[in-house]
Design a protein. Structure first.
Length: 225
């Protein structure tokens, strides 16, 4: 069933459910009008089926991650921009937070490394933890390296810090918070031969190995079958 039309066309946008039931959709790329990453954002109201514009992000980005925080705000992190030729122009280190009360974005802490670059859907895994922190794991950096590293965002002070590395490098994996507080990391790709400045993967293999992140120890372990 169709619903209302978005205020602008978006590919590779970030989205998060707000406490009031609306959905924040931010950034992305508009293939129809340009090949530039977008700063704009909008809200979807399921009650009316309509989209309305809201405040703009501080940084234009696509392939970003949006995570709803415990305090009702939304963390926007990672993603990348594009240059005048429409080619990827550097991954976003700086994160930002959207406040539904004011409808505005403000700058938050800087990630420890670039985690989104080069291709649509090339994101790190991300999951909120039971203590309110957010885990980011894997992704791809500015040099085209698929990452093993992971980091934690602490909303109490707005900063990112490194945590333990995954057992395998992963591009576009998934992260699922489990009832015991651990995070299941699965899927994703590795062995990417991108080359700096490339736009599409030349060679990526799928990962079947599953891992568990333990927030108590800050380490990853292989999940047994």
């Amino acid at each position: 069933m169709f619903t209302g039309a978005m205020t602008t066309g978006r590919v590779d946008a970030a989205a998060a459910l707000l406490p009031n039931g609306e959905v924040l959709v931010a950034g992305g790329e508009n293939w129809t009008d340009s090949r530039f990453a977008l700063k704009s954002a909008e809200l979807y109201d399921p009650g009316t089926g309509k989209f309305t514009e809201t405040g703009q992000m501080t940084v234009a980005r696509q392939a970003a991650v949006a995570i709803a925080l415990r305090n009702g705000t939304v963390l926007i992190a990672a993603g990348f921009g594009r240059n005048k030729q429409g080619l990827p122009a550097g991954g976003a280190i700086q994160s930002e937070v959207y406040d539904p009360a004011s409808g505005s974005f403000k700058t938050a802490g800087a990630m420890t490394t670039v985690r989104s670059m080069y291709c649509q859907g090339c994101r790190p895994a991300a999951s909120i933890l039971n203590d309110g922190r957010v885990l980011f794991a894997g992704g791809i950096d500015d040099d085209g390296t698929i990452l093993k590293s992971a980091e934690l965002y602490d909303p109490a002070n707005g900063t990112f810090t490194r945590t333990g590395d995954m057992k395998s490098s992963r591009l576009s994996p998934t992260a699922t918070l489990l009832p015991d507080g651990k995070v299941l990391i699965e899927d994703g790709g590795y062995n990417g031969l991108y080359g700096k400045g490339a736009v599409h993967p030349q060679f990526v293999e799928a990962i079947t190995l599953k891992e568990l992140y333990d927030p108590q120890t800050g380490t990853f372990s292989i999940k047994k079958p």
